[in-house]
Design a protein around this ligand. Structure first.
Ligand code: BTN
Length: 253
């Protein structure tokens, strides 16, 4: 099992050279009944997907492009918490393998030196009261060179090798990530979101700072004061009114 030290995550591995999107493959597998912990890993994605209908550029052999199927026995409103768990696991894996310090920008960006290194896309299939499956998509930029990025992206995106100034093993990142994620997922299932929330807030950059949240219905400016138990961002505007932000792009002011 490729040197994995996990029990559940990676119990079934679908490895592909090229896919449209590992999310799409994982959705199909989940619909066909794939068990919890099944992962899809590809060397390259032709139509990698990001949040809010954006593309996720996934060139061959340079990154970790992976989707993980989870089947937690939980109500659908708890799904956002799983995205936050994934971000914590990514930060811990990056730290373990490279020694680099990464930070989280709500809800799901992982940054190094203020530039994006990882994106997480959590999608769900659910009944009215139960999650049927969660497809947790994680894209980590590992061995891209600065020149691989278009000029306009160079100031906002980075890779582990750019930051560390050496090649990084993608296999090691996957091993470490699945290990950390499994530990956190079990902690979460046993003890709820509270311990995850404490870890998450300790890695988050936006908490306590003034931010601009661009939502589909408009932009709100204010201070990020924390996340709720459900993983929703709390923002306090100038008038002292609290807003719950379910989905937005965040910019530090
Ligand atoms: C974002 O920051 O917008 C989320 C990006 C998520 C990218 C990953 S790569 C593996 C999985 N497959 C996809 O098509 N997207 C996710």
């Amino acid at each position: 099992r490729y040197g994995l030290k996990t029990n559940i995550l990676g119990s079934h591995i679908h490895y592909e050279e090229t896919v449209d999107s590992t999310q799409k493959v994982a959705h199909q597998l989940a619909t066909d009944g794939a068990s919890e912990g099944t992962i899809v890993v590809a060397e390259e994605q032709i139509s990698g997907r990001g949040r809010m209908d954006r593309k996720w550029i996934s060139p061959k052999y340079t990154g970790v492009w992976m989707s993980i199927i989870l089947r937690p026995q939980l109500p659908p409103h708890r799904a956002p918490q799983l995205t936050l768990i994934a971000a914590v696991a990514v930060v811990q894996a990056i730290e373990e393998v490279t020694g680099l310090t990464a930070e989280i920008k709500w809800p799901n960006d992982v940054l190094i030196n203020g530039k994006k290194i990882t994106g997480i896309l959590t999608e769900m299939q659910a009944d009215a009261d139960r999650i049927v499956s969660i497809i947790m998509g994680i894209g980590i930029n590992v061995n891209q060179k600065l020149d691989d990025y278009p000029k306009e992206i160079q100031s906002i995106a980075t890779s582990l090798s750019i930051e560390k100034k050496e090649e990084i093993s993608r296999a090691q990142i996957i091993q470490s990530l699945l290990f950390k994620l499994e530990k956190l997922y079990q902690l979460y299932l046993q003890h709820g979101f509270q311990p995850i929330r404490i870890l998450w807030e300790s890695y988050a950059i936006s908490i306590g700072k003034r931010i601009k949240a661009r939502t589909l219905s408009g932009t709100i400016t204010g201070k990020a004061i924390g996340i709720t138990d459900e993983g929703i961002l709390l923002l306090e505007d100038e008038a002292g009114v609290q807003h719950q932000i379910y989905s937005a792009d965040i910019e530090l002011e």
